[in-house]
Ligand binder design. Sequence first.
Ligand SMILES: C=C(O[C@@H]1C=C(C(=O)O)C=C[C@H]1O)C(=O)O
Ligand SMILES: NC(=O)CC[C@H](N)C(=O)O
Length: 677
Amino acid sequence: MKDNLLERVLGPTPPPAYALLYRQGHDQAEIIEGDVVDVDNLADIPLHDADGTVREVLALVPFRQVRERGYQAIDDGAPLRCLRVTARQEVPVQMLREALPATLPAIEGRGFDVPDQDYIATVSAVIGDEIGRGEGANFVIRRDFLAQADADGARVATSLLRRLLERERGAYWTFAVVTPDIILAGASPERHVSVNNGVATMNPISGTYRHPQGGVDPASFSRFLLDTKEVEELFMVVDEELKMMSQVCADGGQVLGPFLKQMSKVTHTEYLLKGHTSLDVRDVLRETMFAPTVTGSPMQNACAVIARHETKGRGYYSGVAALMTPEASGGFSLDAPILIRTAQITPGGEVRVSAGATLVRHSSPQGEVAETAGKAAGLLGALGLEAAYGAGFGAGAGSGAGSLQMAPEDIDELTSSASRVVPQPQGTPQPVPGAQTATELANDPHIRAALVARNRMLAPFWLAEQHDARSAGLTGRHAVVIDAEDRFTTMLAHQLRHLGMTVSVVPWAQVAADGEIPLPPDAEYLDLVIAGPGPGDPTDRSDPRMARLRAAVQRRLRDQAPLVAVCLSHQVVATELGLALARLDSPRQGVQLTIDYFGTPARIGFYNTFTARVEAGNSSPVRLSGGVEASIDPATGDVFALRGRGLATLQGHAESILSIDGIDVLERMVRHALGNV
Ligand SMILES: C=C(O[C@@H]1C=C(C(=O)O)C=C[C@H]1O)C(=O)O
Ligand SMILES: NC(=O)CC[C@H](N)C(=O)O
């Protein structure tokens, strides 16, 4: 008789480890049984048996795994757990739903571990001490809602899954994974990365509209769509994920969208990034570990910031579940949602629901408190914990008990700020008027038009496919990009290759103390050095990273050897040329500006807190000593770009999705540095 895995899994003697998955784009739900194997590194994920037979594996990758990349994380010991699939079954989703326990066990909410006041203090500290000191553009700090169920963990997970299948919508994966000591159940909106027949897709989601009590409302949603903070947040995570795409895909990543992800309690804005990869799926996982939408950017430093401001390890929160399935071609497909909106459950029925908010320079602490609560709301509602968090986090009053009470004006904060309205690109339709109620926001033509209009702010380079190189006469020239811990270098490398160059990226630590830069293995001569961006204060003499960057820059300047310098490295060059460096009153982290690039207006993305400055009131460009000229902001004297013999620098990021004119400016910089080739 055919084994009915579903019956077995939900029967009196379930197997020790199984998963129940309902994945977007699949007709049927999947039931998987597997052997549990814990491994140290992603490369150890057992995709082959000893005899070489391919195996399907579902891996649970905890956040602390990021240490494999050399990034910081509080070590809570959560294992990289693999289920080697031994049996699987597909059933219609309603069959799964109806087979799951119909009643929830009693669950007592204990509230957030970090009270509102403490979370507010953390938000302020992150804005002031991290973004305000040039450590990065955005950081995701999470807190945990804790609860205790009067049942074992598997029962909590399966009954929660039923409620999620009944109530949640728009999820990428709705799932429960049960293993002897680690149990997860959730409805994650966000695909981190998938690979199918060599096509890699990432799905950065950012921007969160919390549904008002009476349901979604196109008027308030239109205001949300025009909120600068929400728009910039999404663009920043697209940039950060393009860094990952440029690393794993030879053709970078084409940006598709924006789209909406409408869920039960919140609606998000999102893009899809697509490219072609030939990497092993485990390498794809490593190079993309983890999403900026749940960590921040630049990602490496975001991990350090998280370790500074969170007090406990994240377990699996913001990690991924990764299903790797053999493909006919001999490789493996990969499907990896981010573990958010996911309950971490112990065998004894302790429940932990983590939620974070993306903190940016103009975050409102109260608004971010409400956002963590809003993100937890879908799961807490499904756990029957509505009372624990109050009547709702939407536009209504928060009348709930405990730590989550807040004033309606605070709750409204994120969506109502008229002072932060995005300047509307020409022809953008006005926000939809009045009280019309539409449940499917994406079907509203005005909303669709407003979404599409966002792309007018973005670089055509990244909105198009990028296989074909430009013939720029730079073919065969060798460039080395120095990585100063911001992976914008992968996008720079991709664009330079697009211009015909041969490019390698070296970490700053490979620069010698005397500034010598290693020659790539296949090159006899280095035509160009691109000194990259990075977090931190460029004048910090105690930081070995700054010292190496400075040594490299000094050497290139001394030899008048071609040098392009970006952002942090532009600042280093500027100080070497004797310019003053100042901290901006309001950081330009993730901001688009039109600059005068030596006679041509250029729309460029900026990610900086510091700036080099000359006297205000001059017109651009100004001539400095040594034949160097500076493109400046006449009002402030802020230096946007420098040019001299063999030298071209930019405070902004030509490689950014925010740089409409980026590839043209980069090409001009490279040609200038190479002596006008
Ligand atoms: C960090 C979370 O969600 C992420 C952050 C979002 C945002 O800040 O707008 C939106 C979706 C997710 O990418 C979470 O759910 O905990
Ligand atoms: N992206 C960067 O290189 C930033 C440079 C510097 N850390 C600043 O914030 O100004």
